[in-house]
Ligand binder design. Structure first.
Ligand SMILES: Cc1cc2nc3c(=O)[nH]c(=O)nc-3n(C[C@H](O)[C@H](O)[C@H](O)COP(=O)(O)O)c2cc1C
Length: 344
């Protein structure tokens, strides 16, 4: 729970929750290979009703191992009782945070009054947040954990149809959450236009809850610049997750290594800089996640888009991308990656 004051000297950069991407295999690859380690990562969003009913898909999403990067489980739904029932089950798995999704922009979810559909539903959100907070505190007490060991947060947007970010975040501020992540767009905007960082900064100045800004960050240097320029507690990177493994901006001071030599394995612009990450990710996926799919082939196919994301912006990857999109098994893809490595 909220034990931290805003620390503007700290550099907090988180890896965003992404449906279809941030499963245990992805998180393990991140914890194993990141050259810039995020301060927190998240599961894909998972429905609280599926958790309390022990639905298989929820089991897959919540599959967890304690890794060196703290991880929050992200929950969505609209029934406060279901959140309270799901939370102890999730915390029993070893997660160090609960994040409530109040920002998902999938039409089906929003029209069902969940995700971004919760924005401005003040009474219901109060019940969900207060009930979840109670459930977390109860679990902490019963399991003899430190109060600060479980982070409780909300991820949201600036509004549904219009930008009511100030009023909405001021409402969320009363609950003393550990942090609130704001994607600087409304639901109506989808991914159009650009994330409104000035509005995120304005909101951060008006509330006492630490604010994590999100939207359109291109690389680690950009993240650091946005963090400082807007005087935020932290920032979050989604679609450009590749930056954590091999940052495209060569000026970036990495936390765990020296500046790479151009053309070397660690040069962020080359395919080799993410090759090991991709191989590890495929191995983790095959070993940990494949059992949740109808067949090994279908499991592999679900990894293709993630593999493409790892190579975003890498030079000379057109042919390997084409080959990987045609590969039909973990083994073939791994062989291609290994052979390609020899060619580089
Ligand atoms: C494929 C995909 C899946 C996503 N899934 C989730 C999710 O499960 N939960 C969530 O809160 N946001 C989700 N998001 C939104 C991201 O977390 C993030 O807020 C958004 O992409 C903006 O950040 P970015 O510009 O750095 O990508 C998803 C985004 C994408 C592209």
């Amino acid at each position: 729970m909220n034990t931290k004051k805003k620390q503007t000297t700290n550099e907090i950069i988180m890896a965003a929750p992404m449906d279809g991407y941030t499963d245990l295999a992805f998180r393990k690859a991140l914890a194993t290979n990141a050259t810039y380690r995020p301060d927190r990562m998240f599961t894909e969003f998972v429905n609280v009703e599926a958790i309390i009913r022990d639905i298989y898909s929820a089991e897959r999403i919540l599959k967890h191992e304690k890794l060196s990067i703290p991880t929050s489980a992200q929950l969505f739904g609209k029934n406060p009782t279901s959140f309270a029932q799901a939370i102890p089950k999730v915390l029993d798995l070893g997660y160090s945070g609960i994040d409530i999704n109040m920002g998902c922009g999938a039409r089906k979810i929003v029209t069902n009054g969940e995700g971004a559909g919760l924005i401005e539903n003040y009474d219901l959100c109060k019940q969900i947040i207060e009930g979840s907070s109670e459930a977390i505190n109860k679990w902490i007490k019963e399991n003899d954990h430190e109060q600060s060991s479980i982070k409780f947060s909300v991820k949201t947007r600036l509004g549904i149809n219009s930008n009511i970010g100030v009023e909405w975040t001021k409402f969320l501020d009363q609950f003393k959450l550990d942090f609130i992540t704001i994607h600087g767009r409304t639901y109506k905007q989808g991914y159009s236009g650009s994330s409104n960082w000035d509005r995120i900064a304005q909101i951060a100045n008006l509330v006492s809850t630490p604010i994590i800004g999100n939207g359109d960050i291109t690389n680690i240097t950009d993240a650091q610049e946005k963090l400082r320029k807007h005087n935020l507690y932290g920032v979050m990177i989604g679609r450009n997750y590749r930056s954590f493994f091999a940052d495209i901006n060569e000026k970036t001071p990495h936390r765990t290594r020296q500046k790479p030599k151009p053309g070397s394995d660690s040069d962020p612009l080359t395919f080799n800089s993410v090759r090991k990450t991709m191989l590890d990710y495929l191995t983790f996926h095959e070993n940990l996640m494949a059992e949740y799919f109808k067949s090994s082939e279908i499991a592999f196919i679900s990894t293709r888009k993630v593999l493409l994301g790892f190579m975003k912006g890498c030079k000379n990857t057109k042919s390997i991308k084409n080959q990987l999109m045609k590969a039909e098994s973990y083994a073939k893809a791994k062989l291609m990656l290994a052979m390609r490595f020899k060619d580089q």
